[in-house]
Write a protein that binds this ligand. Structure first.
Ligand SMILES: C[S@@+](CC[C@H](N)C(=O)[O-])C[C@H]1O[C@@H](n2cnc3c(N)ncnc32)[C@H](O)[C@@H]1O
Length: 320
C-alpha cells in the first residue's frame, strides 16, 4: 500500500521514521510568482490551462521562498538514511542560492553533482533565455547509490570513437578498449556504452504535457516519467524507500513503483491527492491517503536492516 500524505511537507516526519528514506526527489514551487491551473482537454486534442488552481507559487520575496523551502529541507534531511541521497529540482530563479544553503545543510563534500535538464521548450524574451532546469544531487554521507552500470546512465559511444578505439576483443567476442590512468588500467566495453554526462535532453517535457499522450494527467508542471525513471534507477535499488514531498501528479511515485521501489509522497493540494490516487490505481498500485497532521497513521517505513554494501557505489576514478 502506497501512502499519500495530504498536507504540508513540513509534517512528513509525522509519518516516517528518522533515517528511513533512501532517496528523496523534490520538485517544489520555483518562486515563479503565479498560480498554476490544471489543464482541461477539449475534443481530446487541445489542451487549455483553464482548470482549477492546482497550487500557488507566490512568495513575498526570494529570501522568504528559500527560508520556506529550507525549513522543509531540514526536516527531510533528518529522514534520510545514512546511505540516502536527495535531488532538488529548481530553475535559474533560485538554484544558485539553494546550492549554497544545501552545501551548508549536507556539507559541501556531499554535493555529488548537478544535472542540467533540457525539457525542449523554445526560448522567449530578451537576452539568452533559459531553456533548462537544474537538479542538484547530494548524499547524506560518502556512501551512496550511483548505479553507473544501469542502462539509464549509459549512452552509446560515438561511431568514430568505436571504430578508432574499441579494437580489442575479449574471449566472448566483446569489443573493448583499455586506458591506463596513473597506475591503474581501466577496461571499457563498447556494448556498455559510455557513462551519461550531466546534460539530459532526451526526456522532453512534451512526454508529460501533450494531451494526446496517456502519461498526461492534466496536472500543471508534471515532469516526464522518463526523467524520474532515470533518477530512481540511477540512485536507488529495488526495495528502497523513495520519498517525494511535493509529489504533484505523482510522477516520482509511479517511477519508483514501476521499478520495484517503495514510494511515499506528500502534497498540500487536494487536486494532487486526487490526481495521484487515480494515476497510481490505474497503474495497479493501491494507495492510502492520510492526513499529514495526524500522527495516527502508520510509521511503517521504519529503517531497514543495514544492507551489504555491494550495490552502493562510491564515485572515485573513472567508471568502467
Ligand atoms: C512543481 S509541482 C510538482 C510536480 C511533480 N513533480 C509532478 O511531476 O507532477 C509542486 C507541488 O508542490 C506542492 N506544494 C506546494 N507547497 C507545498 C507544501 N508546503 N507542502 C507539500 N506540497 C506543497 C504543490 O501543490 C505542487 O503540487
Amino acid at each position: 500500500m502506497t501512502e499519500l500524505i495530504h498536507g504540508d511537507a513540513l509534517l512528513v516526519a509525522n509519518h516516517l521514521a528518522k533515517s528511513s528514506v533512501d532517496l528523496v526527489y523534490l520538485d517544489p514551487p520555483f518562486n515563479v510568482g503565479t498560480k498554476f491551473r490544471a489543464r482541461t482537454t477539449d475534443a481530446g486534442a487541445t489542451s487549455r490551462v483553464t482548470g482549477p488552481v492546482a497550487y500557488r507559487d507566490q512568495f513575498p520575496s526570494k529570501t522568504a521562498f528559500l527560508d520556506w523551502l529550507f525549513e522543509r529541507l531540514n526536516v527531510i534531511h533528518g529522514l534520510l538514511a545514512s546511505t540516502g541521497s536527495l535531488w532538488l529540482h529548481l530553475d535559474q530563479r533560485t538554484v544558485h542560492e539553494a546550492k549554497v544553503r544545501l552545501d551548508a545543510l549536507f556539507g559541501e563534500e556531499n554535493f555529488r553533482g548537478e544535472v542540467i535538464w533540457v525539457p525542449g521548450n523554445g526560448g522567449r524574451g530578451n537576452g539568452p533565455t533559459t531553456t533548462h532546469q537544474t537538479l542538484l544531487f547530494y548524499s547524506k554521507t560518502d556512501e551512496f547509490t550511483w548505479n553507473a552500470k544501469d542502462p539509464e546512465l549509459r549512452e552509446p559511444y560515438a561511431k568514430t570513437s568505436l571504430s578508432m578505439h574499441f579494437k580489442e576483443r575479449d574471449e566472448d567476442g566483446r569489443h573493448y578498449r583499455e586506458r591506463t590512468i596513473g597506475k591503474k588500467t581501466y577496461r571499457y566495453y563498447a556494448d556498455l556504452g559510455r557513462l551519461r554526462g550531466s546534460v539530459w535532453s532526451d526526456c522532453p517535457s512534451m512526454l508529460s504535457n501533450t494531451p494526446l499522450r496517456s502519461e498526461t494527467t492534466g496536472y500543471p508542471t508534471q515532469k516526464p516519467l522518463a526523467l524520474l525513471e532515470r533518477i530512481v534507477r540511477a540512485t536507488s535499488n529495488e526495495g528502497d524507500l523513495v520519498l517525494d514531498p511535493f509529489m504533484g501528479s505523482g510522477t516520482t511515485l509511479e517511477a519508483a513503483l514501476k521499478h520495484g521501489r517503495r514510494a511515499v509522497g506528500s502534497d498540500i493540494g487536494e487536486l494532487s491527492i486526487t490526481t495521484v490516487t487515480k494515476r497510481l490505481q490505474r497503474a495497479g498500485h493501491p494507495v492510502e491517503v492520510v492526513d499529514a497532521s495526524s500522527r495516527t497513521a502508520s510509521h511503517r517505513a521504519k529503517p531497514r536492516a543495514k544492507r551489504a554494501p555491494a550495490p552502493r557505489a562510491r564515485r572515485s576514478g573513472p567508471a568502467s
